[in-house]
Design a binder for this molecule. Structure first.
Ligand code: 13P
Length: 253
């Protein structure tokens, strides 16, 4: 059985106080309302990681994640944060290759391989993002585009390494636009991703990899999207900044 995961990507939002309030609310609501086996991951900005970790406390189903890490292990890289630093403060997950990092910080497939390597080498579970821009979707080349992203960044890893990677499919045209992919569009791509992974790593391994959907996922569309067989959860942006909405999305499973 593959893991069901709902991860909140806070992006560059919230002061320390706001992050603490949001975390406390989520922790309390999850304790009272969430039954079952969904894994919840909070991905605040770097500076809030330790305070969020403290507030998560012993909640066994809530984990800490970062939004990025360096592809280098240590050294003279001003402003960067290494995977070993993240592991040392109790992070379990790290988002890698978000489309905003690819677009604004010019992260390319090869560099992303290095980041995944660093994450795995420091026992962090990478949440590897992929997804196509609107013009590619309109041309009907979305499956080809996304599978190529996976090939270029991930196909050099061993089966043992691949098993630890979570995939997040986030169509760029659906991020922050309020225009979510339909559940059929999500299922089509998730199934194509799984088939692509099966071609390289085998069917059994591919069937164990969690593939999350991201892009304008809200309480009123999550249930429909999560009901699809190859959708194993969500990577949530805007709605993860509102405790009620985020917990309602978790409860959609
Ligand atoms: P929104 O949920 O705000 O569309 O963002 C999705 C996202 O980019 C999560 O990583």
């Amino acid at each position: 059985m593959r893991k069901k995961i709902v991860a909140g990507n806070w992006k560059m939002n919230g002061t320390l106080e706001e992050g603490q309030k949001l975390t406390s609310e989520i922790v309390n609501m999850v304790k009272d309302e969430v039954k079952g086996e969904v894994i919840i991951v909070l991905n605040p900005p770097y500076v809030h990681l330790q305070s969020v970790k403290k507030l998560i406390g012993d909640a066994g189903n809530i984990f800490l994640g970062a939004q990025n890490c360096s592809d280098k292990s240590a050294g003279a890289y001003t402003g960067e944060v290494s995977a070993s630093m993240l592991a040392s403060i109790g992070a379990s997950y790290v988002i890698i290759g978000h489309s905003e990092r690819r677009e604004y910080f010019k992260e390319a497939n090869e560099e992303l391989t290095g980041k995944v390597k660093q994450a795995l080498g420091n026992r962090l579970l990478p949440i590897f993002c992929c997804g196509e821009p609107l013009e590619i979707r309109e041309k009907g080349n979305h499956v080809e585009y996304v599978t190529q992203q996976l090939t270029e960044s991930l196909f050099g890893f061993s089966e043992g390494e691949m098993k630890k990677i979570v995939i997040a499919y986030e169509p760029i045209w659906a991020i922050g636009t309020g225009k979510t992919a339909s559940s059929e569009q999500a299922q089509e791509m998730h199934a194509a991703i799984r088939k692509h992974l099966a071609g390289k790593f085998g069917k059994a391994l591919a069937s164990e990899i969690s593939i999350l959907y991201g892009g304008s996922c809200k309480p009123d569309n999550a249930e429909e999207i999560f009901s699809k067989p190859d959708v194993d959860g969500g990577l949530i942006g805007g709605a993860s900044l509102k405790s009620r909405d985020f917990v309602d999305i978790i409860k959609s499973f």
